[in-house]
Design a protein around this ligand. Structure first.
Ligand code: ZN
Length: 151
């Protein structure tokens, strides 16, 4: 049985060189969270925060991280979920599961960047007609003022 861990968290600008055990360091400036692996192996685990990586939730009291943290590159192969300041141990993944998970992540990233591209071209397409409107009303106002003044 793995020990139940209640973790502390710290919002920092820079991730400190020396990390305390059972502490999640969150840098909103650099969009990343770092902690020492909760299994106690002492390795540093970096979880970048982004729409395609991890999302951190702070409810005012506790922090959660989504999705789960799987340290497949570490010897301990730890896998856990951080939910409301608690470390919830998850089953280790097999090699196939890891490969599938990585493929899924790559796909998610691809989809995300496609959406961002679509939204951008959408904005560009829409901005032309709407940008004309204030100009028209501006000239309309000048014309009205001019006509009104001259009669
Ligand atoms: Zn570990």
């Amino acid at each position: 049985m793995k020990p139940e861990i209640v973790l502390a968290f710290e919002f920092v600008e820079f991730i400190p060189d020396k990390l305390n055990e059972h502490t999640l360091y969150i840098s909103t400036t650099y969009g990343t969270a770092v902690h020492k692996c909760f299994c106690g192996c002492g390795r540093e685990v970096v979880t970048p925060l982004s729409p395609t990586a991890w999302q951190m939730t702070f409810d005012g009291v506790s922090v959660s991280l989504h999705p789960s943290v799987g340290s497949w590159s570490l010897p301990c192969q730890s896998h856990y979920i951080i939910s409301k300041n608690r470390v919830v141990w998850a089953p280790q993944w097999t090699k196939e599961q890891i490969a599938r998970g990585q493929a899924h992540e790559a796909q998610a990233r691809e989809r995300y960047f496609e959406t961002v591209r679509d939204e951008r071209s959408d904005v560009a397409a829409r901005s032309t007609p709407s940008a004309d409107k204030p100009k028209q009303s501006f000239w309309g106002r000048i014309k009205r003022w001019f006509l009104g003044d001259s009669t």
